[in-house]
Design a binder for this molecule. Structure first.
Ligand SMILES: [Zn+2]
Length: 701
């Protein structure tokens, strides 16, 4: 044993502060904490900054040579640390714009610039290699029509327009960013018959109204444009031409005309400098106060007299995607995989998104390799993934999951994800089976500045002593295919607190990040510490540290929400069997805990590989065999991105969305399906309990 480790062990014992670690017998708690402390001490903030600097030196959108160069850089680092690493290549429809034109033809003429100027104080903005501002998967088109201002462009906003007698049919709408995921705006606009959709960044949301703009402050300068995908994420992420199967060289692809997730109308993002002249030429009703932004104009709804011409062309080309996959084989249960991923592609330089998360992932990989070299042994295989094509629509991760679906459902224990990271408080959303596990992580790790535990920090804003809870997963990053399609338990982890005033723009640079987001990379290091602990525990635990009574609690809370929302119509939902089954599930979960406690108290651990597989496969019982109504790719019955919320999650989506659409027959059918699903979950928990009991009995005999 290393002398410093011995010393740490001694200090730990003297202080008597050893906390329980779920999944490990008490005799191993000390050693586990000490190994994790070793790993934490290996993580280095400056190194994370170095990776970020390298990865954000050039624009590296998916499909570009620079994206491949970033993948190669990560590959070489991972190989140099001893990982079995390679690039796994896929193909995807990644349309680049070939012509973008937005102009006002009357009552005054104006041509939008649609470009972001260099800021001389920040040399990283002086690049000509980036894609210009556009919305990926917009339709091509050439349309002219009167303009209507639709606020955030949510279904509620169109309700208001209807009330005041404004119809967007045959017109061009302009919506502001915020209030909903960007892809929802053109989708709802198209459903109302609009010809095209413009989306602009109002200074009220992330510009001068919020604070000083870059380079003076962190907020969005007047010519900055938020790029981003408008793929119909609620139908499914991934390559639009290979829904449900992996897209590789030579594999089957749909013709473009059959792709269901492409936007139906042209969509183009604008800066507020480009939006102001258009909005200024609107008359009609004055926009209600909640619709008004911070431009120095009176906001009118229209329609017209501003008349706008939008002309967009794209190449609709298929391009390569480079996922970097690195493996550290497990010692005893190498057929059980613990996976951690973050994307590497960016819209432009992407220091913050994804550089901050990707740099942190690399540093956690280095720390893990180093403790492995010093003698730490993972039972299970740890896999690190750096995904390509996330920005276009989670393309790299989705194609990888679709390719490896059978293996993942047999072998994947859990998937952890990170993305943009900055100073701030710890945030975690994820599968309820991971809640107890992540609460312990948050209890055991400390904020680098306040020294408080991450759990205390997370709970601080509400000031309530309420227990640690995980939010439901929507569709904001690469966990989607794992949790919503494959049924692998997953979580999204990170620190947040800095407004993203340069989000998806030319100005998300190393200079911006180091001045405003996380100057010394302390929170990149903190995230690396969190994830080394996450991986060491999940890959090292004798018994996989899942827990089920919180899953029952979470589902019961979702059911109660649903009943509340249904109001007088609650009987039409027929939630009786689901409510009864969730009680049975709770009882089964507590029996599992009792058996687990007995095994944990045994002097020697029995062989548990089979038990562990049963434990992590419980989450797969949450899958609806034929998926959610109208979107079969989404199979998780507990949560999905909402049809009209985009990134935001809807819980019990099959029932809830049918109810919201007034279709109680479908809602009731979905409620009965949920009852059967919960019955299966309970059966799987019981099976895991039985295997635990058997393993214990065979050892004590
Ligand atoms: Zn990202």
């Amino acid at each position: 044993m290393h002398r410093s480790l011995l010393l740490l062990l001694t200090i730990g014992r003297l202080m008597g502060q050893v906390t329980a670690v779920r999944g490990f017998p008490p005799s191993q708690w000390h050693a586990e904490h000490e190994w994790e402390n070793r790993a934490h001490q290996i993580t280095n903030a400056a190194r994370a900054g170095e990776y970020m600097k390298r990865m954000s030196a050039e624009p590296h959108h998916a499909g570009s040579a620079a994206s491949k160069a970033v993948a190669n850089y990560a590959l070489q680092l991972l190989q140099s640390w001893g990982y079995q690493a390679s690039i796994e290549t896929f193909e995807g429809l990644l349309p680049y714009p070939t012509l973008r034109q937005v102009e006002m033809v009357g009552p005054v003429k104006f041509r939008a610039r649609l470009d972001e100027p260099v800021i001389k104080e920040d040399p990283d903005t002086a690049t000509r290699l980036s894609l210009p501002p556009f919305n990926a998967y917009s339709a091509a088109g050439d349309v002219t029509g009167p303009l209507v201002y639709v606020n955030y462009g949510t279904p509620d906003d169109y309700e208001y327009l209807k009330k005041i007698g404004v119809d967007v049919k045959g017109k061009i709408v302009i919506a502001r960013y915020g209030g909903s995921w960007r892809g929802v705006k053109p989708k709802v606009a198209a459903e109302h018959g609009a010809l095209a959709c413009l989306i602009y960044s109002d200074p009220k949301d992330d510009g001068y109204f919020a604070g000083d703009v870059y380079p003076k402050g962190l907020y969005r300068p007047s010519m900055s444009v938020q790029r981003g995908s408008v793929i119909d994420m609620a139908i499914q992420p991934g390559d639009p031409l290979s829904p449900g199967w992996a897209s590789e060289k030579g594999s089957k692809r749909l013709p473009l005309s059959e792709a269901a997730t492409l936007m139906k109308i042209p969509v183009q993002p604008l800066s507020y400098d480009d939006a102001k002249p258009l909005l200024e030429q609107l008359s009609g009703a004055v926009a209600p106060s909640g619709w008004r932004g911070a431009l120095p104009i009176t906001y009118h709804v229209g329609p017209g007299p501003a008349t706008v011409h939008v002309k967009l062309k794209f190449d609709f080309a298929t391009r390569p995607l480079y996922n970097v996959i690195a493996r550290m084989p497990g010692e005893t249960d190498s057929g059980q995989w613990v996976i951690y991923g973050n994307h590497h592609d960016a819209w432009v330089n992407g220091a913050s998104d994804p550089g901050s998360g990707a740099a942190s992932l690399l540093e956690s990989a280095r720390a893990l390799a180093e403790v492995r070299r010093q003698g730490w042994k993972p039972r299970r295989t740890v896999i690190f993934a750096l995904w390509d094509g996330e920005e276009f629509g989670l393309i790299g991760s989705t194609e990888w999951v679709e390719k490896n679906l059978v293996a993942l459902q047999a072998k994947a224990v859990a998937y952890f994800n990170s993305d943009t990271n900055s100073r701030g408080t710890f945030s975690a959303s994820g599968s309820p089976t991971l809640e107890a596990f992540l609460e312990e992580i948050a209890r055991d790790l400390k904020d680098p500045i306040s020294g408080q535990s991450l759990a205390e920090m997370k709970l601080a804003p509400s000031g309530s002593p309420a227990a640690f809870r995980l939010g439901a997963l929507g569709a904001g990053s690469d966990y989607v295919a794992f949790t919503h399609h494959a049924g692998v338990a997953g979580a999204n982890l990170g620190f947040s607190g800095v407004s993203s005033g340069t989000y998806h723009s030319l100005y998300d640079t190393f200079g911006w990040y180091t001045r405003f987001a996380d100057k010394d990379f302390l929170y990149c290091q903190s995230l690396a510490k969190v994830n080394t602990s996450v991986l060491m525990r999940m890959a090292g635990a004798a018994v996989i540290p899942f827990e089920y009574w919180r899953m029952a609690r979470t589902i019961r809370a979702y059911l109660a929400d649903l009943e509340m929302a249904a109001g007088m119509s609650v009987n039409k939902l027929q939630l009786g069997s689901a409510n009864a089954e969730v009680k049975r599930m709770d009882v089964a979960a507590r029996r599992f805990e009792d058996s687990l406690a007995k095994v944990m108290a045994m002097p020697a651990m029995p062989v548990l590989a089979e038990v562990n597989q049963a434990i992590y496969q419980v989450d797969q019982a949450l899958l609806l065999r034929s998926g959610l109504p109208g979107r079969p790719w989404y199979k998780n019955a507990i949560s999905a991105p909402g049809l009209y919320t985009g990134y935001g999650a809807k819980t019990l989506p099959g029932i809830r969305e049918a109810m919201e659409a007034g279709n109680f027959e479908v809602a009731a059918r979905q409620a009965r399906a949920l009852g059967r699903i919960l019955q299966n979950v309970t059966a799987r928990i019981d099976a895991a309990t039985h295997l635990l009991d058997e393993a214990a009995a065979s050892t004590s005999r």
